[in-house]
Design a protein. Structure first.
Length: 280
């Protein structure tokens, strides 16, 4: 019989990185997500992070046909398992969009935050749609409002601020989360594969950590058409965890005291001369 892992020694906050591979079968994907939350519970994690499109993914493009409401099976399952395991959850999903005019309806690329008692704490709607590298996410999705309140989830004394995938290329998105009090930047993603894309993913995650003196938890989708390669980067830019392309679930401890020490040694946030102002 395997011994249960010891609880994190405070001030450490334990984070489970769930690099999942899912498809278009939403019922099967619910079970994959449940298993990830259960594994986080067994690891005595404080929070588990699932990738973008954890509810359903098609490498040819995700659209409204794979969307479901926030009270649908996927988010309901996350809330149930979070409460059972006592673990907060951050996960990407796709929800139906409101009617935005003539033509086919579009969905909303969304990250949900669930507390360890199963409450839906907040929702982030992806602001930067991936209309780059030959992709046209805006054909299938409606962007979230740039001036919406940031999603920042308090977990065990640290504040986890949420953006997703393509947002990683926009430093002002990360800085806005830090302005809202985030200590950790969480990036669920389905980072598209291609020339230099893995290099961009790693470099940008480290850059967001260094420039914000914040930890970064960047969790990629695994499988065809995406890079996987989830990362946990310290506030000093040191990569503490880096996965390959395969589906896997790993758990790490974030040292809250170390984050404070980095910000004291490098007080660049207090030296800022410009503010981030959303464009509406």
């Amino acid at each position: 019989m395997t011994a249960r892992p010891a609880a994190p020694v405070r001030p450490a906050v334990r984070v489970t990185v769930a690099q999942l591979q899912v498809g278009t079968d939403r019922g099967a994907n619910v079970e994959v997500a449940r298993d990830a939350v259960r594994e986080a519970g067994r690891a005595r994690a404080d929070v588990v992070v699932l990738p973008e499109y954890a509810s359903a993914f098609d490498p040819r493009g995700v659209g409204p046909e794979l969307a479901e409401p926030l009270d649908g099976p996927f988010v309901s399952a996350l809330r149930e398992e979070a409460a059972r395991a006592g673990v907060a959850v951050l996960a990407g999903t796709t929800v139906p969009g409101e009617d935005d005019g003539p033509g086919a309806p579009r969905a909303v690329n969304t990250v949900v935050g669930v507390t360890a008692d199963g409450a839906l704490a907040g929702v982030y709607r992806k602001v930067h749609l991936y209309d780059a590298f030959g992709q046209r996410e805006s054909d299938r999705f409606v962007a979230g409002p740039a001036d919406a309140p940031p999603l920042v989830l308090d977990v065990a004394g640290l504040r986890f601020g949420v953006m997703t995938c393509y947002d990683l290329r926009f430093p002002e998105s990360a800085r806005r989360l830090v302005d809202a009090g985030a200590h950790v930047l969480v990036v669920p993603a389905a980072w598209a594969a291609g020339p230099l894309k893995s290099t961009h993913w790693r470099t940008l995650a480290a850059a967001r950590a260094i420039e914000n003196t914040s930890a970064v938890v960047a969790v990629g989708q695994a499988g065809r058409g995406v890079v996987g390669r989830s990362l946990v980067v310290g506030p000093d830019g040191v990569v503490g965890l880096e996965l390959d392309e395969t589906p896997q679930v790993r758990t790490v401890d974030l040292d809250a005291d170390a984050l404070v020490a980095v910000r004291e040694r490098n007080p660049s946030l207090t030296h800022r001369r410009y503010a981030v102002v959303p464009r509406t």
